[in-house]
Design a protein around this ligand. Structure first.
Ligand code: 13P
Length: 249
């Protein structure tokens, strides 16, 4: 059985004070939830405040990016050991916004994923096609290239510790959710790739989250698909009541 993960990607929203206030309201709303792991990913600068506020709750904290080296003259970067040193346990890697605006490639995704795993973090590695790729019929080719370039080089024991998020770019922040069937089809394709490379056991145990306009009113239908093992939620994770209602799907 794959335990679902409901993760909130806050992107560049909220100050440290807003982070503390969110968690104070949110924690009691999801206390006792056992059917899914609950993760909140605030901006770097708010991570220590988030970790402190989440201590003793069932909420874990994640970062939104990481650099692949441990330390050095890399102005502005943050390493995986620095994240694990503050009890940050998760990290999003290869989000489409990082691919689009910050030059992330499958090659850097692989390096970051390895660095995260080495530091004991759980990476949530994002893949997904853009609108013109879906319309041009190349969705599976894109997913397959992202898998081969970003993940296939991992050792099986490394791969077994990560989580994948399928986020069709055309569904992010647009209000256009992939239908549960479209999402499930993409998840099944990704799982086939995993099976081909890492074998049936690892494929069956790998958690694949869906992301893209997940809201309280569509989470139930998405989670009804056995292929969907949780969600990576953007906008709807910024409000405690809305995110809690998604966690309770
Ligand atoms: P929205 O839920 O705002 O569409 O964002 C999805 C996302 O990019 C999560 O990583």
């Amino acid at each position: 059985m794959r335990k679902p993960v409901i993760a909130g990607n806050w992107k560049m929203y909220k100050t440290a004070a807003e982070t503390q206030s969110f968690l104070k309201t949110f924690a009691p709303l999801v206390a006792g939830v056992n059917k899914a792991e609950v993760v909140v990913c605030p901006p770097f600068v708010n991570l220590p405040a988030a970790v402190e506020s989440a201590r003793g709750t069932n909420i874990e904290i994640g970062a939104q990016d990481v650099y692949w080296l441990k330390e050095g003259a890399y102005t502005g970067e943050v390493s995986a050991p620095m994240l694990s040193a503050i009890d940050c346990r998760w990290v999003i890697v290869g989000h489409s916004e990082r691919r689009q605006y910050f030059g992330e490639t499958d090659e850097t995704v692989l390096k970051k994923t390895i660095a995260a795993l080495d530091a004991g973090l759980t990476p949530i590695v994002c893949v997904g096609e853009r609108l013109e790729q879906r319309e041009g019929g190349t969705t599976t080719a894109v997913l397959s290239a992202q898998f081969s370039g970003g993940l296939a080089a991992l050792a099986p024991e490394q791969f077994a510790r990560l989580v994948i998020a399928y986020e069709p770019v055309w569904a992010i922040g647009t209000g256009k959710t992939a239908t549960p069937e479209i999402a499930a089809e993409a998840h099944a394709f990704i799982r086939d790739q995993i099976r081909g490379k890492f074998g049936a056991d690892i494929a069956e145990s790998c958690r694949i989250l869906y992301g893209g306009s997940v809201k309280p009113d569509n989470i139930k239908a998405l989670m009804a698909q056995p292929e969907l093992d949780g969600a990576l939620v953007g906008g709807a994770s910024l409000d405690p009541a809305s995110f809690a209602s998604i966690v309770h799907y």
